[in-house]
Ligand binder design. Structure first.
Ligand code: G3I
Length: 396
C-alpha cells in the first residue's frame, strides 16, 4: 500500500517536472524557463565566469541575473592584467566588473591571485632587481604584497577567492608544476598566498583551483598538497575543481572518489569552471602534436550541433548534476565557464573552431542540456520532498 503511494508520489513528481520542463522547452523565449538558481535551491551556489564585456551587454546581464548568483571575472582580475609592474597597478577593468556585479546584486569570486605557471607570470615577477632570477624572500614578499592589495581592494565584494591556480604538475610528472614559484620556494609560496589572503579576508572561502585532479595520479598530488597545507595550519578551505570536461568523458567514478577523499579531509569542493567541449581537444596534444595540422582546420559543427551530439552532451551534463546533487554536502558552488556557446574560450583554444560547450546557445536560448539539468534538479528536489516514512519503506 505504502509502496504504491510512494510510486504514485514519484510519478506525480516526474509528470509535473516533465510538464514544467516541456512547457518551457516549447517556448523559445528564454525568459519563460525556470531559472537555474531556483531549481538549485539551497544545495549550493550557482555561478558563471564571464568577461567584463559580457557583463556590460544588457541581454547577457539579464540572463545572468535570472539564472546565477555569483560571478567569476574571466580575465580582468588576473595578476598579469592587474599588476603589470612591481609598483604598477591597473584596477580599472576589475573595478568596473565588481561594481557591475554589485549593481546586479551578484556575488563575486576573486580569480585568481597566483597563477603558478611561468607563461602566466610577468617577467618582472620572475626576476630580481639585478636581472638575476628572483630570490625566495623577494618572491614571497611580492606574493604577499600582490595578494594583500587585491584582496584588500575587493574583499568586501568577494566571498570566495581562487588563491592559487594550477600549481600541481600534470599526470605522473613530479609533484608541483615546474615554475618560478616552485623552483624558488617549493610549497611555501602557496602557504604565503593563503595566509596573506586570510589576513585580509577572515570570512572568505579560500580555494586551491586546478584541473584534472580527479584522475588518480594528479588526485594523489592534490591530496598530498592539501594535507601538507593543513598540517602547516594553512587556511585552505576548498578545492576548485575546474571541470573542463570533454564529450564522452567517463569520469564519474573518479569524481566520486575525489569528493569522498576531500570530504574526509574536511575540504569543500567548488566546481569552478564547468563546460563540456564537443569538438574535443585531447588529440591536439597526442603523439607529439602530430594531428595539429589536421585539427587546425577541423570545425565540424559550424552549422550547429547535430541532435545526437546535443543529446550526448545533455546526458553527460545530467549525470554530472546528479552527482553534484548527491554530494551537495561537500559542494559549495557550481560555476560554468562563460555564459553562452558563442563566448566560450573553447572556440579559440587550442585551435579556432565552433564549439557548443554550455547550457545556452549563441542566441542566449537554453539548449537541450539546460532542460536535462533542470529536470535532474527538479526531480531530485521532489524526491527529497517525499515524506521520510515513505522513503524508508520503499525497498519493501
Ligand atoms: O583581448 C585580447 C584581444 O584584444 C586580442 O585581439 C586577442 C588576440 O589573441 O587576445 C585577446 O585576449 C585573450 C583573452 O583571453 C580574451 O579573449 C588572450 O589572448 C587569451 O590568452 C585569454 O585567454 C583566457 C585564458 O584563461 C588565459 O588567461 C581565456 O579567455 C580564459 O577563459 C581562460 O580561463 C582559464 C582560467 O582563468 C583558469 N583555468 C583555465 C581557464 C581556461 O583556460
Amino acid at each position: 500500500m505504502r509502496v504504491h503511494s510512494l510510486v504514485t508520489v514519484w510519478l506525480l513528481g516526474l509528470v509535473s517536472n516533465l510538464i514544467s520542463a516541456g512547457v518551457a522547452q516549447e517556448s523559445d523565449n528564454s525568459s519563460s524557463v525556470v531559472p537555474l538558481k531556483e531549481a538549485v535551491g539551497e544545495r549550493f551556489q550557482i555561478g558563471v565566469g564571464v568577461s567584463e564585456q559580457t557583463l556590460s551587454d544588457p541581454n547577457c546581464a539579464e540572463l545572468i541575473g535570472r539564472h546565477f548568483q555569483v560571478l567569476t571575472p574571466e580575465n580582468c582580475m588576473k595578476p598579469q592584467g592587474i599588476h603589470p609592474g612591481e609598483n604598477e597597478w591597473n584596477f580599472a577593468a576589475a573595478d568596473r566588473f565588481v561594481a557591475s556585479a554589485r549593481q546586479h546584486k551578484l556575488g563575486v569570486v576573486g580569480h585568481c591571485l597566483v597563477w603558478a605557471k611561468d607563461d602566466r607570470t610577468d617577467q618582472w615577477m620572475k626576476q630580481g632587481d639585478d636581472g638575476q632570477p628572483v630570490s625566495r624572500e623577494q618572491l614571497l614578499r611580492r606574493i604577499e604584497q600582490h595578494v594583500s592589495k587585491v584582496v584588500g581592494r575587493y574583499g568586501e565584494a568577494a566571498t570566495m577567492w581562487d588563491v592559487v591556480n594550477e600549481a600541481l604538475a600534470d599526470g605522473s610528472d613530479g609533484y608541483l608544476r615546474d615554475s618560478v614559484y616552485s623552483r624558488t620556494c617549493g610549497i611555501d609560496f602557496i602557504e604565503t598566498a593563503f595566509r596573506s589572503a586570510r589576513k585580509q579576508d577572515p570570512d572568505a572561502l579560500l580555494i586551491y583551483n586546478d584541473y584534472n585532479c580527479h584522475f588518480p595520479d594528479k588526485r594523489q598530488k592534490l591530496i598530498r598538497l592539501l594535507t601538507e597545507l593543513k598540517e602547516r595550519g594553512v587556511p585552505v578551505d576548498a578545492y576548485g575543481m575546474q571541470g573542463h570536461f570533454e564529450l564522452g568523458d567517463d569520469s564519474l567514478a573518479q569524481l566520486r572518489e575525489t569528493f569522498v577523499a576531500l570530504r574526509q579531509l574536511n575540504i569543500k569542493v567548488v566546481v569552478s569552471e564547468l563546460d563540456i567541449d564537443v569538438v574535443t581537444r585531447g588529440r591536439w596534444w597526442a603523439d607529439d602534436g602530430k594531428y595539429r595540422d589536421e585539427l587546425r582546420i577541423y570545425d565540424p559543427y559550424v552549422n550547429g550541433l547535430p541532435a545526437e551530439v546535443a543529446q550526448q552532451q545533455s546526458d553527460q551534463y545530467a549525470a554530472l548534476f546528479r552527482l553534484f546533487d548527491e554530494y551537495q554536502d561537500v559542494i559549495a558552488r557550481v560555476s560554468f565557464w562563460n555564459l553562452h556557446d558563442g563566448q566560450s574560450w573553447l572556440n579559440d583554444f587550442p585551435w579556432k573552431r565552433t564549439n557548443h560547450p554550455l547550457l545556452f546557445d549563441r542566441e542566449l536560448e537554453p539548449k537541450p542540456a539546460y532542460f536535462e539539468v533542470l529536470s535532474v534538479l527538479q526531480r531530485a528536489k521532489s524526491a527529497q520532498n517525499i515524506e521520510p516514512s515513505l522513503v524508508s519503506e520503499a525497498p519493501m
